[in-house]
Design a protein around this ligand. Structure first.
Ligand code: NAG
Ligand code: NAG
Length: 387
C-alpha cells in the first residue's frame, strides 16, 4: 500500500466544516486524491498532503486565524444529554487543546449561547422540546446524530431549523466518525493522538490465532440483512456468535471486553444494522483494534475505502456468493502468507475512536469558532441524511 492510501486516511479524518466551507486547499487535496492513477500525480499528491492536508488534522491551533482567544471564545449549550444519560462536560482545552470553549448544560445560558447542540433522539421522541422562541439571532443550532437513517425518525420536522450538522457522515458540516485511522507519521501532530492506539503488523503466532470467526450481535432482528447473511454463512463455516442471541459476552461488555474477546479470532463479522452512506460503526473499529480482519456488511466497498486501505477488510460484495466468501476465509486460514496481506497495512497506522460525547462537543465548539461570522442553514436535512 502506498502513499495514496495513507493520504486517503488522512483526508477522511479531516473533513470538519466541509459542507459549509470547503477551502481551496481542501478542494485541492480532494482533487489530487481523486486523480491518483499515475505514480507521478501520487507523488505530487503526497507532497501536497504533507504540506497542505496536515493543516486539517483535527487540531492545529497554531494555524488558527489571528484572533485573540478572548474575542473568539464561544459558549456552547448542550441542550440535552444524549439518550438522557448525564455526562460530565469536558474541558476542551485540557483534552484536545481546543481553546476558547465554554460548555454548559444550563439552559439559562440560552440567550447568550453562541451555539446550541441538539441531539436528535430526544427532540424526535418528544422527551425534549427544541429551544424556545425568540431565537437569538447570531446563534447556531447544531443537529447531532449518530444513528443510521433507518433509526432516525421524524426528520421532516426539522427542515430549515438547524444551522450545522454534526454526524458520522463525511459531508457533515462538522464531521466526526465512529473511528478513524491516523497515519503513523502524523501521530505527533494532533492532540487526539494521545488517545489513539498504535496498530501492529502481526507476528507469526498472531497469524495463527486459534479461532476462525466471531460475531457480537446485540440487536438480533430477523428483518436485518445481517441476519440473513449469517444464516447463509453458517452453512459453510463455524461462526461463534456472542451477545443476546448467542453465547454470553464477558462480564464488562463495554468496547474493551469485546476487543479482548475478538483478539482470539482471525476474522470478525462487522455487520451494520442497516446499510447507509458512511454508516460504519464501532463494530469495524473493534475488529481493527483486536487485530482480526473485519468482514463487513454496510455501505459499498468504495465507501469503506474512504476510511481504510482496501486490503484492510473483506467486503461481503467482494464475492458472487456467500459460499465464495466462506471458501476464501478457509483458504486464508490455511495460508498465513495470504492472510498477512490483509494485515500488513497495520504497521503504518494508529486508530482513534472518539469518546462519546466529549470529543463531539469540543469539535463542534472549534467549528463554531471558525464559522462565527457566517450564516448557515441546513435546508434539506431529510434528503441529505437519507442519501
Ligand atoms: C433493533 O432493531 C429493530 C429492527 O430494525 C429496531 O426497530 C430497533 O430500534 C433496534 N433496537 C436498537 C436498540 O437499536
Ligand atoms: C440559523 O438558522 C435559522 C433557521 O434557518 C436562520 O433563520 C438563521 O439566520 C441562522 N443563523 C445563523 C447564525 O446561521
Amino acid at each position: 500500500m502506498g502513499v495514496v492510501a495513507q493520504g486517503r486516511a488522512a483526508i477522511t479524518a479531516h473533513r470538519a466544516d466541509r459542507r459549509s466551507g470547503l477551502s481551496q486547499r481542501e478542494k485541492c487535496c480532494v482533487l489530487v486524491y481523486r486523480r491518483t492513477y499515475s505514480v507521478c500525480v501520487a507523488a505530487i499528491g503526497f507532497l501536497l498532503f504533507l504540506e497542505v492536508c496536515l493543516l486539517y488534522l483535527p487540531d492545529p491551533f497554531t494555524l488558527e486565524p489571528l484572533v485573540s482567544a478572548e474575542n473568539s471564545a464561544v459558549t456552547l449549550l448542550i441542550w440535552t444529554h444524549p439518550f438522557g444519560r448525564y455526562g460530565k462536560l469536558p474541558d476542551c482545552s485540557a483534552l484536545f487543546q481546543i481553546d476558547g470553549c465554554t460548555l454548559t448544560d444550563d439552559e439559562r445560558a440560552y440567550p447568550q449561547a453562541d451555539a446550541v447542540i441538539v441531539h436528535h433522539r430526544e427532540v424526535a421522541k418528544g422527551t425534549a422540546e427544541l429551544p424556545p422562541d425568540p431565537r437569538p439571532s447570531a446563534q447556531k443550532w447544531i443537529w447531532m446524530n449518530y444513528e443510521s437513517p433507518a433509526h432516525t425518525p421524524i426528520l421532516w420536522r426539522f427542515e430549515g431549523v438547524f444551522n450545522l450538522t454534526l454526524s458520522y457522515r463525511t459531508d457533515s458540516d462538522i464531521f466526526l466518525p465512529y473511528g478513524y485511522l491516523i497515519p503513523r507519521e502524523h501521530t505527533d501532530r494532533t492532540p487526539q493522538n494521545r488517545y489513539a492506539h498504535p496498530l501492529h503488523t502481526p507476528s507469526h503466532s498472531h497469524l495463527l490465532k486459534p479461532r476462525l470467526l466471531a460475531w457480537v450481535i446485540s440487536n438480533w432482528s430477523e428483518s436485518h440483512a445481517r441476519v440473513a447473511f449469517y444464516y447463509q454463512l453458517r452453512r459453510y463455516v463455524q461462526v461463534d456468535v456472542f451477545g443476546r442471541a448467542g453465547r454470553p459476552l464477558p462480564e464488562d461488555s463495554g468496547g474493551g471486553s469485546v476487543v479482548r474477546l475478538v483478539e482470539r479470532y482471525q476474522f470478525y463479522l462487522a455487520l451494520e444494522n442497516s446499510q447507509h452512506t458512511d454508516y460504519i460503526t464501532e463494530k469495524l473499529w473493534n475488529a481493527v483494534l483486536a487485530g482480526a480482519v473485519p468482514v463487513v456488511l454496510g455501505p459499498s466497498r468504495k465507501n469503506y475505502e474512504r476510511f481504510l486501505p482496501p486490503e484492510a477488510f473483506i467486503h461481503v460484495d467482494d464475492f458472487p456468493s456467500v459460499r465464495g466468501l466462506a471458501r476464501y476465509l478457509l483458504m486464508l486460514r490455511r495460508n498465513p502468507v495470504r492472510l498477512r496481506r490483509h494485515l500488513d497495512w497495520r504497521g503504518s497506522y494508529s486508530v482513534h475512536q472518539p469518546a462519546f460525547w466529549a470529543e463531539h462537543y469540543c469539535t463542534a465548539c472549534r467549528a463554531v469558532r471558525r464559522n462565527r461570522h457566517k450564516t448557515d442553514v441546513v435546508k434539506d436535512l431529510t434528503y441529505w441524511f437519507r442519501s
